[in-house]
Design a protein around this ligand. Structure first.
Ligand code: FES
Length: 177
């Protein structure tokens, strides 16, 4: 069902709800985009902005973007799910990115990834139930000389082996104690 608001009667209500789901600054940004001849062209940029603030794109945020940008909710959701860089669920405290580039693959990234999935009990794109770790696959991180490479937040761990995975996880789990 198309949920685009076509009339202006409830514009204030839409704005009020959007303010709750977004921030005044993001709402103002979207309202400026709507003045453009092609507001739809701003969709990806707007979603980036929302994710940069909230860390992910929740259903309420996607709905608010659709309403304000006057784009069908289905289209907004479609774009958000199509691009791998958009996250639809809250991320864990630590995002573990496994490089899936060729050099890392050749040097055993798959085994490292399998061990991470086993130890954490999650797959790519998921977050542990305690909210501590999220697991992601990523393109070449530009440190192929250290392959296979795993990144935890901004910290790079090179020459990884599957056997090093438990210690790596413990290092970050410990900071929580
Ligand atoms: S392929 Fe992994 S860092 Fe380049």
């Amino acid at each position: 069902m198309n949920t685009v608001v076509k009339n202006t009667d409830n514009r204030e209500e839409v704005r009020r709800k959007s303010m709750e789901a977004l921030t005044p600054e993001i709402v103002a940004h979207i309202e400026a985009c709507v003045q453009d001849a092609q507001p739809h062209s701003h969709l990806i940029g707007v979603l980036h902005k929302v994710q940069a603030h909230f860390g992910y794109l929740g259903a309420d945020q996607l709905d608010a973007v659709a309403q304000l940008l006057q784009v069908p909710t289905a289209k907004v959701t479609g774009v958000a799910t199509f691009y791998h860089f958009f996250r639809l669920e809250p991320r864990g405290k630590y995002v573990i990115s496994v490089c899936l580039g060729t050099a890392c693959y050749v040097k055993g990234a798959e085994q490292v990834a399998e061990r991470l999935q086993e130890e954490l009990g999650i797959q790519y794109g998921e977050t542990t139930t305690d909210g501590l770790f999220s697991l992601e696959g990523t393109r070449c991180l530009g440190t192929c000389g250290l392959a296979p490479v795993v990144m935890v937040e901004d910290e790079v761990f090179g020459d990884m082996t599957a056997d090093q995975v438990p210690a790596l996880l413990e290092k970050f789990s410990k900071t929580e104690d």
